[in-house]
Design a protein around this ligand. Structure first.
Ligand code: MV4
Length: 500
C-alpha cells in the first residue's frame, strides 16, 4: 500500500488530492513555485518543497525535479492532477522508471489517446460510433485530405492529430476554403505540438458536449459513473458542468456507458478516465476524444454517485480491486458546478490579478467548495485563471439551480473581478433553466454586457456603505434599547468578570 504521495500540481486540485490522501491516512507532499510559497496546497500538505521560479516551464512542468524531490523525501507515488504533466506519457514512464507509483492510467494508454488519429482508430475497432471523417492512415497528404473531404461533405472540421480540447481546430464550410484551412492548421499544429498531422471530421452542428466518467482497476474491471453535461463553455473553456445531463435518459446513459466500458477494456485502461462525445439534435452520439486524467469537473459525478474518484484512483494505484460493480453505481439527485474564474466577464473575459482583500465562502446544505484561494492570497498571472469550483447537490435540477443561485449570492470575492455575476445571470436565464442549450449558447445566445459606468459604481459603493452603517445602527438601537457599542462592550466585560 502507498504511504506517502507527492502531488505534482497546485491550486484547488492539489488541495482536493491532499484531502483524499488525508482521508486514506496517507502523507501528502506538496511542491511549489516561488510565487506559491504561501499557497493553500503548501499549507495543507505534510511536507512541501520548492521546485523553481513562477513560470510553469521552470517549476510545475519540471518532471525531472519533481521526481528528484519524490525520491529524496521518500514518497512512493505521484499524483499529477490535471494539466501540467498529467497527460505526458514520457513523464508517467519516468515516474515508473524511478520506482515510484504513477497514480494515473498506463503510459501506453496516455500515448494512444493523445494521438487523436490513433484514438479514432482504436475506438472504431472497439465498436464506438465515430463522427464520419478521415480514416486509419496517420499521415495524410493535402491531396488525400481534399479527396476525403468530398465524401465527408461540409461543414467539416480540420483537427490536429496531436491537439485536443479544441486546440488547433478549424471550421470549414465549403471546399474552396479547405486548402488554406489545412495549411494554417498544419502550421499551427507544428508550432504548438511539433507535429503537423491533421485529420478531418464532419462538423456536428448545434451539438451538446456529453462525457462519460469511467474507473478501471489493474485486474480488468471497469465501471462507468454516468455522464456529465459540459455544453456551457466559452472558447473551449467550460464554465458550468452538471450531472446528469438534462437530455440523457436512463436508456441512453446505459448505452453510452456500456460503449465507454467496452472501449476502456479494449485498451486495458485503468485509473480514472473520460470519454468525450458530441450528441446531435436527434440524440445520436459520436466519440470525440478520451481524456486520460482526472478532470476539473469530476466533483459533479462524485456528488450524484457518492463515489470519491480521487480516493478510488489512489486505491487502484495500490493494486486494489475496484470496490464497485456496475450495479452498485446509482445516479441520485442533481449536481451543478460553476467554475469561478479570475476573469472579467464584462471586459471580454480579461484575466484579472491581485490580492483577495475580502472573502466570504458559501456553505450550507448541499454546497461543496473546492478552492485554491484564501483571505489575503495573491492571484498571479502565471497559471490558469480558475480560483475555485462551486458545486451544489440537490434532489432535482430545479432545486440545484436555486441552491446554486443562493450559494453564488453568498460567495463574495473582493479585490478582483470574477465570473460570479455571470454565473448568477446564467442561473436566472430561462434557456438554462429549461435545459435548452448547446455548445454555442454562451457565445451566441447569451449576452452579458451589463456595462458598468465607473461613476455610478462609485455612487453605488457610497450608498452601500451608508446603508450598511445605518443597518448596524438600527440593529443596535432595536435590540439593545439605545445602548452604544461601548456600553455593550462594558456589559459583556462585567458579565465575563462575574462568571470568572
Ligand atoms: C467536434 C464538434 C462537432 N463535430 N467535432 C471541441 C473540443 C474537442 N474535444 C472537440 N470539440 C468538438 N469537436 C465534430 N466533428 C464539436 C466540438 C465542440 C465544440 C465545437 C465548437 C465550439 C464549442 C465546442 C464545445 C465542445 C465541443
Amino acid at each position: 500500500m502507498l504511504k506517502k504521495i507527492l502531488i505534482a500540481n497546485r491550486g484547488e486540485i492539489a488541495v482536493r488530492i491532499i484531502r483524499a490522501c488525508q482521508e486514506l491516512g496517507l502523507d501528502a507532499v506538496a511542491v511549489y513555485s516561488e510565487v506559491d510559497r504561501m499557497a493553500p496546497h503548501v499549507r495543507m500538505a505534510n511536507e512541501a518543497y520548492a521546485i523553481g521560479p513562477a513560470s510553469a516551464v521552470e517549476s510545475y512542468l519540471r518532471g525531472d525535479k519533481i521526481i528528484e524531490v519524490a525520491k529524496k523525501c521518500g514518497a512512493d507515488g505521484i499524483h499529477p492532477g490535471y494539466g501540467f504533466l498529467a497527460e505526458n506519457a514520457e513523464f508517467a514512464e519516468a515516474v515508473i522508471e524511478a520506482d515510484l507509483t504513477w497514480i494515473g492510467p498506463p503510459p501506453e494508454a496516455i500515448r494512444l489517446m493523445g494521438d487523436k488519429v490513433s484514438a479514432r482508430e482504436t475506438m472504431s475497432k472497439a465498436g464506438v460510433p465515430l463522427v464520419p471523417g478521415t480514416g486509419k492512415s496517420s499521415r495524410m497528404s493535402n491531396d488525400e485530405l481534399l479527396a476525403a473531404a468530398q465524401t465527408i461533405g461540409f461543414p467539416l472540421l480540420v483537427k490536429a492529430a496531436a491537439g485536443g480540447g479544441g486546440k488547433g481546430m478549424r471550421n470549414v464550410s465549403k471546399m474552396e476554403e479547405l486548402p488554406e484551412a489545412i495549411r494554417t492548421a498544419r502550421r499551427e499544429a507544428q508550432s504548438a505540438f511539433g507535429d503537423d498531422r491533421v485529420y478531418l471530421e464532419k462538423y456536428i452542428e448545434n451539438a451538446r458536449h456529453i462525457e462519460i466518467q469511467i474507473l478501471g482497476d489493474e485486474h480488468g474491471n471497469v465501471v462507468h459513473l454516468g455522464e456529465r453535461e459540459c455544453s456551457i463553455q466559452r472558447r473551449h473553456q467550460k464554465l458550468i458542468e452538471e450531472a446528469p445531463s438534462p437530455v440523457v435518459d436512463e436508456e441512453l446513459r446505459q448505452k453510452m456507458g456500456e460503449i465507454a466500458v467496452t472501449a476502456a477494456k479494449s485498451v486495458n485502461y485503468c485509473s480514472a478516465g473520460t470519454m468525450e462525445f458530441v450528441l446531435d439534435k436527434d440524440r445520436n452520439f459520436y466519440f470525440l476524444e478520451m481524456n486520460t486524467r482526472l478532470q476539473v469537473e469530476h466533483p459533479v459525478t462524485e456528488m450524484v454517485t457518492g463515489v470519491d474518484i480521487v480516493k478510488e484512483m489512489l486505491r487502484i494505484a495500490s493494486g486494489r480491486k475496484l470496490r464497485y460493480e456496475q450495479k452498485d453505481i446509482q445516479v441520485k439527485g442533481w449536481a451543478i458546478e460553476c467554475r469561478i474564474l479570475a476573469e472579467d466577464p464584462r471586459n471580454n473575459f480579461m484575466p484579472s490579478i491581485g490580492q483577495i482583500i475580502g472573502l466570504t465562502n458559501p456553505t450550507g446544505p448541499g454546497v461543496r467548495l473546492d478552492s485554491g484561494i484564501y483571505f489575503g492570497s495573491e492571484v498571479t498571472p502565471y497559471y490558469d485563471s480558475m480560483l475555485a469550483k462551486l458545486i451544489v447537490l440537490a434532489e432535482s435540477r430545479g432545486e440545484a439551480i436555486l441552491r446554486m443561485r443562493r450559494a453564488l449570492e453568498e460567495f463574495r470575492i473582493t479585490g478582483l473581478p470574477t465570473t460570479i455575476p455571470l454565473h448568477i445571470q446564467l442561473m436566472n436565464s430561462t434557456r438554462f433553466q429549461a435545459g435548452q442549450f448547446d455548445t454555442n449558447f454562451l457565445e451566441h445566445n447569451f449576452s452579458f454586457n451589463q456595462k458598468l459606468d465607473p461613476a455610478l459604481v462609485r455612487v453605488a459603493a457610497v450608498a452601500a456603505s451608508l446603508m450598511a452603517h445605518q443597518r448596524n445602527q438600527q440593529a443596535i438601537l432595536l435590540h439593545q434599547g439605545g445602548a452604544s457599542p461601548w456600553r455593550l462592550y462594558g456589559r459583556r466585560e462585567a458579565l465575563d468578570r462575574r462568571l470568572r
